[in-house]
Design a protein around this ligand. Structure first.
Ligand SMILES: Cc1cc2nc3c(=O)[nH]c(=O)nc-3n(C[C@H](O)[C@H](O)[C@H](O)COP(=O)(O)OP(=O)(O)OC[C@H]3O[C@@H](n4cnc5c(N)ncnc54)[C@H](O)[C@@H]3O)c2cc1C
Length: 316
């Protein structure tokens, strides 16, 4: 335990019903697995968020910021320290007028990616349709450089603001953001050992006025295609492994290795999309990790390719 009684009191006084102690992370991840967070906090204002971050930095209490948990596998042992979510305090989406090249839309980190897509559609702005159907928050989406074959966050993002652990807000422009396949880092993150303490509070996206009717038609087509190719309504974290840079996709390799539909405990490979690991209802994080390792070993033996996880595995 890292949070002593005095700290618990401080958190309770400051955050009331917005702090939960020993909160099962299974309630906050789309895989519905994961042990308890020592303290799970959803500040309801930006001022409270800054106060919390400054306090934990001074007290050397570790914290991790998560979004909607749609790309997370939390271990059964849970998370020591604080888990902070931004969905109650940083949710607005606004446009800035006067951009020469297009329309700059700023979305706060706790807003849903789907709210940003809808905002763009309603306002006839082109650029966000690639993200239709991707669950989670803008902050998580930027951090994961979320995307599809049609594009990813890096194709529209122009800048982010980050909150530093000492409470200062800093702008980081596109020129200082290093995007990779399902990842992002900026200078300060690269220099730090261990998890970064600075986190995203908003992102500015450059979108372009377009024919709303055409945009909606395109959106319907994209959403229809997603529904056909993914295990809709099942508990998952989306694609579990990154696709190799060249050649077959992770899903194809898993299928060709004869692993489609295998299961360990309550975790199984989806019969619809082999790169989706599904919680069949009673899986533990240990089941999912065991299935993950089995897949990695078999694909390595068969094709000499190591499948790297796309899902973020956290926990003590
Ligand atoms: C059914 C399904 C379909 C999916 N389809 C796709 C898809 O098509 N394409 C795709 O790319 N992904 C897909 N995903 C994965 C997931 O939705 C995305 O990666 C999404 O962007 C994660 O957002 P989140 O808010 O849930 O982040 P989380 O899962 O909560 O967090 C992901 C990572 O981001 C970090 N993080 C979160 N917020 C912040 C912040 N404000 N500042 C700094 N770090 C932060 C977390 O610490 C963690 O390391 C899918 C998932 C599911 C369940």
């Amino acid at each position: 335990m890292r949070i002593d009684a005095v700290s618990r009191n401080w958190l309770t006084k400051k955050f009331g019903a917005n702090v939960c102690f020993d909160e099962p992370m299974a309630r906050h991840t789309s895989l519905r697995v994961g042990g308890p967070a020592e303290a799970f906090i959803a500040p309801n204002s930006f001022e409270r968020l800054v106060e919390l971050v400054e306090w934990s930095f001074k007290k050397k209490i570790p914290y991790v910021v998560v979004g909607h948990g749609t790309n997370l596998l939390v271990k059964d042992s849970g998370i020591k320290g604080l888990v902070i979510v931004l969905m109650d305090c940083l949710c607005t989406i606004e446009r800035k007028e006067g951009e020469k090249e297009g329309v700059m839309v700023t979305a706060m980190a706790g807003a849903r990616i789907q709210s940003l897509c809808s905002y763009a559609l309603v306002n006839g702005l082109n650029g966000m349709n690639f993200a239709l159907g991707i669950p989670g928050t803008v902050g998580g989406g930027i951090m994961m450089n979320a995307g599809t074959a049609l594009g990813s966050m890096e194709s529209v993002l122009k800048a982010i603001h980050v909150l530093q652990p000492w409470g200062a807000v800093k702008r980081v422009g596109i020129e200082n953001l290093a995007f990779s396949y399902r990842g992002l880092s900026w200078k300060e993150n690269q220099l730090s050992n261990g998890p970064s303490l600075s986190f995203i509070i908003d992102g500015s996206f450059l979108l372009h006025p377009s024919d709303p009717h055409e945009l909606k038609k395109e959106a319907e087509k994209i959403q229809g295609a997603r529904k056909k190719s993914q295990p809709f309504g099942r508990l998952s974290a989306g694609c579990f492994f990154k696709n190799p840079r060249t050649g077959k996709t992770a899903g194809e390799l898993i299928e060709l290795a004869g692993l489609k539909e295998i299961s360990i405990g309550g975790a199984g490979v989806s019969p619809i999309h082999a790169n989706f690991i599904i919680n069949n209802g009673n899986a533990t994080a240990a089941d999912i990790l065991a299935l993950m390792e089995t897949i990695q070993e078999k694909v390595l033996q068969t094709f000499n390719i190591y499948l790297e996880e796309e899902v973020k595995i956290i926990g003590s």
